[in-house]
Ligand binder design. Structure first.
Ligand code: ANZ
Ligand code: ZN
Length: 933
């Protein structure tokens, strides 16, 4: 602990400053009573419990804000613009893992940062609490899923609290509570009424022993049931679907709005999943010869993305569900046998086919030999299971030369026929090493070959255009977009999910439950995991019995529950909703943070439901639900393996030091790697233990510092000492700063004395750089790791700075700024240090986030030249004087100026032997007149 000695004791005596602050810093230098990290954590956790980060806006809206078109950025409720920070809510498995700790640290840092910036922050938390594990626990251990879930939520809420996350618990939700699932059911019914929810048969996994439907994750990789071990069968059941495909184009093209604000990889994955391709529907002429010899002309529409290959067509293939095939089945017993008996036995990917007799097709592009323009019906038409029903037009043009599936089909079904190539590589003779066949040129590099008559020599592009024009003239082509994405199957034959609010009536069909009868509550059941849907037998079979909402006749309830992805496709709309005025919800989410594993389904479903609402509520705030998406990387754990056996070793089986480790009691070095945390690898880390050991601040800082947000984080607890050391330094500095602050409060202007403009400016430059660096990282989010290093750099700089060089005002200002910048990341220690310096009068989290501009001013504008007169006559100029001069800190300026004048040769000569009577300060002119005896 250094005492801030004045630079010139001579001057000091003359000015007779009272040194009574000394007593204060003797008291402060003692460290024996400093609270432990655990005590600091406990103290501040209690403070935050008592003073939660509560979002105000929608619960207290001024009347003007109900207008939907209001841009929320400009909406200013309680004087603060709202900001919605959300991290993906967890499944209440019962333990918080490191991945949770990482994501919630990031969102809490952002929430605290935005709050300091003056936003009304919504930072809520909830529980994705429906789902299979609760049901399994019920089946295996007989516990009530509801109780199991509640217990887990209790444990995890406690763990979240320990990490210092300031969630708005007043808005906590769980998807399994009736008040929430009433909303899920309402959403279902809206979709149903608008024609976006429908029923259709679909394949399910069926356990023939337990007589129950299995979720995909209950089917072992070898195709057996996880419980009974029986070979899982596929079975058709009537299932509920959401018609997400109707929004396919919208979902695809609005991804463009997200470029630059969502990670590229997530956009690419969504794009791929939606799978838009632009192709053509082409009507091929067909001719059917009836049993009586009559001839019928018609057309079959096929879908192709390679119109350039049309002259290579050697057959047409129809899916089993194609209307022509469905019709032919009735009149053709052989076909009926093929479809009903042969097909189900064939392996997936089969190239079996059935040649349709009496029907043939013609290529709609006449080549020059057939200049007459007559179509030549020489193409066979097959039924082929490799053509998928419900995709495109359920019919393809078979081009064996340039499509592998068509080739294999042709080899199997017309082995004696040649393959007709129509496209050559621009560079000749390229052969596919796998098939030994000439390589199929992509559109980019191919040219039409000599088999193409007058089109020969055209590039694929030009060929495509030429064929398109011919077909267009004959009205036989239509450009179409096609999507790989399928409708969303939301039915589950499970218990622990939202009941589907539908009643099946023998006369009215599927009827919506009336709004006033919502929610359809889950009954109490005893789960066995056997037999049909658990709801079917609930309450001895009485739950299912009801009356039809339409005709009042006897009817049955739907027994399926909804996929839990339905819950998570709208929970983020619920958080910002105000019970009194649900319309007025805060949307969209400003920053959504979560793991990359949700890149596709959850985000796609959430986007779909939002678009549905946007469309039917005509509310543009819902167009895209998440303005910005932050995808954080996984957390990997230190994993020890016995190199000779490959066996994973438990931590207590090894002796580790630094990056290496030995198997205990041996000289064998184990392999140390970082891998996804899992029980079987003994590499899991309990975040709560880590927090208890190192404190919440060190843990949070460490998790941010170890890797950029989007990278995999190799969790290495040994390195946390770096953070602990840094935080200790920050605490040490608080004592120096406290002394200075006390001195300032009691003595007043001491801070001006002896300060050196240059050193002060250097320090403020460092502070400005830190403000800039940390603010940039907070905005960018992905580089939060560098925020931590910026903070340590500033800490070290301050540590090496002598107070007496920079003056206490600058020093305190620098230290205060360090604490403000630390507050979002290390909230407990920074708050504690703030209190040490400033007492309890103000809380750190209520301070405004610093802006670099404040310091630019200090550094540039505040270094002024002061002209000094003695008794009205110019004597000397004080160059580059620091901050306080321009700061309005008039009190004490006199003393400081006299000090400074004394320190110059001219000043010393002018003042020596005289007594200063009065100092006149003309700040506007940077002028001082010293009047003496
Ligand atoms: C002729 C052709 C020639 C094709 C060629 C491809 C290559 P993407 O691009 O993935 O969307 N197809 C169309 N409908 C189908 C269905 N219902 N079931 C199975 N296959 C179908 O795939 C488009 C291509 O998939 C289409 O272009 C069609 O085969 C096939 F050298 O037409 B193509
Ligand atoms: Zn009815």
């Amino acid at each position: 602990m250094r005492l801030p000695l004045p630079r010139c004791s001579l001057v000091r005596t003359r000015l007779r400053r009272l040194p009574f602050a000394t007593t204060i810093f003797i008291r402060r230098t003692s460290t024996a009573n400093d609270p432990s990290i655990a005590a600091i954590d406990a103290k501040w956790l209690a403070r935050w419990d008592a003073n939660p980060l509560t979002f105000h806006s929608p619960s207290n809206p001024p009347s003007t804000t109900t207008n939907k078109d209001t841009n929320k950025d400009t909406k200013d409720i309680n004087g603060k613009p709202p900001c919605y920070i959300l991290s993906m809510f967890p499944y209440p498995s019962g333990t918080l893992h490191m991945g949770h700790l990482r994501v919630y640290t990031i969102s809490d840092v952002l929430a605290r940062y935005k709050a300091m910036q003056g936003y009304d922050v919504l930072h809520p938390m909830g529980w994705d609490s429906f789902g299979l594990p609760a049901e399994n626990a019920a089946i295996e251990r007989g516990v009530d899923p509801q109780e199991w879930t509640e217990r887990n939520i209790g444990v995890m809420r406690g763990q979240l609290r320990l990490m210092g996350a300031r969630f708005d618990w007043s808005r906590e939700l769980r998807t399994s509570s009736p008040s929430f699932y009433a909303g899920t059911q309402r959403l279902f019914l809206r979709l149903f009424k608008e024609g976006y929810a429908y029923r259709a048969p679909a394949l399910v996994n069926w356990d023939p022993v337990d007589q129950t439907v299995l979720a995909n994750e209950q089917v072992a990789p070898d195709g057996t049931s996880w419980r009974s071990g029986a070979k899982v069968e596929e079975k058709f059941l009537e299932q509920w679907f959401f018609r997400i495909t109707r929004f396919a184009s919208f979902l695809r093209h609005n991804l463009e709005l997200l470029r630059g604000v969502w990670p590229d990889s997530v956009i690419a994955q969504q794009e791929h999943w939606i799978g838009e391709s632009t192709g053509q529907r082409v009507a091929f002429p067909i001719r059917t010869v009836g049993a009586d010899g009559s001839v019928q002309q018609d057309a079959v529409k096929i879908y192709t993305t390679r119109l350039d290959t049309i002259l290579g067509v050697q057959f047409l293939a129809l899916s089993v569900s194609h209307p022509i095939v469905q019709k032919a089945v009735d009149t053709n017993p052989e076909l009926k046998h093929f479809v009903e008996k042969v097909l189900p036995t064939l392996p997936p990917g089969t190239k079996a086919g059935f040649l349709l007799p009496n029907i043939s097709a013609a290529n709609p592009i006449p080549t020059d030999e057939e200049a007459s323009g007559e179509y030549v019906y020489d193409l066979p038409v097959f039924v082929a299971p490799y053509v998928l029903g419900g995709l495109g037009t359920s019919a393809v043009m078979g081009v064996p030369a340039h499509d592998l599936r068509d080739y294999e089909f042709w080899r199997e079904n017309a082995p004696s026929q040649p393959v007709r190539y129509v496209i050559a590589m621009k560079t000749p003779n390229a052969v596919d090493s796998r098939t030994g066949r000439p390589k199929t040129p992509a559109v980019r590099e191919g040219v039409l070959n000599e088999n193409c008559g007058k089109y020969a020599g055209l590039s694929c592009y030009d060929g495509h255009k030429a064929f398109y024009n011919v077909l267009k003239a004959a009205d036989r082509v239509k450009p179409t977009k096609r999507y790989k994405m399928r409708d969303w199957l939301i039915s589950r034959q499970r218990f622990w999910g939202t009941p589907i609010p539908i009643v099946h009536c023998p006369s009215c069909g599927a009827v919506a439950v009336k709004d006033e009868d919502l929610p359809v509550l889950l009954p109490k059941v005893t789960l066995t995991g056997k037999g049909g849907s658990p709801l079917r037998d609930a309450e001895n079979g009485s739950w299912i019995k009801t009356t039809c909402p339409k005709c009042g006749g006897p009817a049955e309830r739907e027994t399926d529950t909804m996929d839990t992805f339905v819950d998570s496709s709208w929970y983020f709309m619920r958080f910002g909703q105000d019970d009194a005025n649900p319309e007025n919800s805060l949307m969209p989410v400003d920053i959504y943070i979560g793991g990359v594993e949700h890149a596709i389904l959850h985000l796609l479903y959430a986007r779909f439901i939002s678009k549905f609402i946007a469309k039917f509520d005509n509310d543009p705030r819902y167009l895209e639900p998440f303005k910005r998406l932050i995808a954080q990387g996984m957390v990997h754990g230190r994993t020890y393996t016995d190199p000779s056996t490959g066996r994973f070793l438990k931590p207590d089986e090894v002796q580790a030091w630094g990056p290496r480790a030995l198997i205990k009691g041996t000289n064998t070095e184990c392999t140390v790697t970082f891998e996804k945390m899992s029980k079987s690898k003994y590499n899991g880390v309990d975040p709560t233990l880590c927090i208890q050991k190192h404190g919440l601040d060190a843990t949070r800082a460490h998790i941010l510092f170890q890797a950029p947000v989007s990278d995999v984080l190799d969790w290495d607890e040994t390195k946390i000492v770096g953070m602990t050391r840094w935080l200790n330094k920050v605490r040490m500095l608080s004592r120096t700063a406290a002394v200075e602050a006390d001195y300032e409060r009691t003595v007043g202007s001491y801070h001006l004395e002896g300060s050196d403009a240059k050193a002060g400016r250097e320090l403020l430059k460092q502070v400005r750089a830190a403000v800039q660096g940390v603010t940039t990282s907070m905005e960018d989010v992905y580089s939060l790791n560098t925020a931590v290093s910026d903070l340590t750099i500033l800490t070290n700089y301050l540590h090496a700075t002598k107070v007496e060089e920079v003056g206490s005002a600058v020093y305190i200002r620098a230290y205060d700024t360090l604490l403000k910048l630390m507050a979002p990341i290390c909230p407990a220690i920074s708050s504690e240090c703030w209190e040490v310096v400033h007492g309890r009068m103000s809380a750190l989290e209520e301070q405004r986030w610093p802006e670099a501009a404040e310091f630019v001013e200090s550094v540039a504008v505040r270094s002024v030249d002061i002209v000094v007169q003695v008794n009205g006559r110019y004597k000397v100029t004080l160059h580059e004087q620091p901050v306080e001069w321009a700061d309005g800190a008039a009190e004490g300026v006199e003393g400081w100026v006299v000090d400074s004048v004394y320190l110059t040769d001219e000043g010393f000569r002018a003042l020596s032997g005289r007594t200063v009577k009065k100092v006149v300060v003309v700040k506007e002119k940077n002028l001082v007149n010293i009047l003496t005896t």
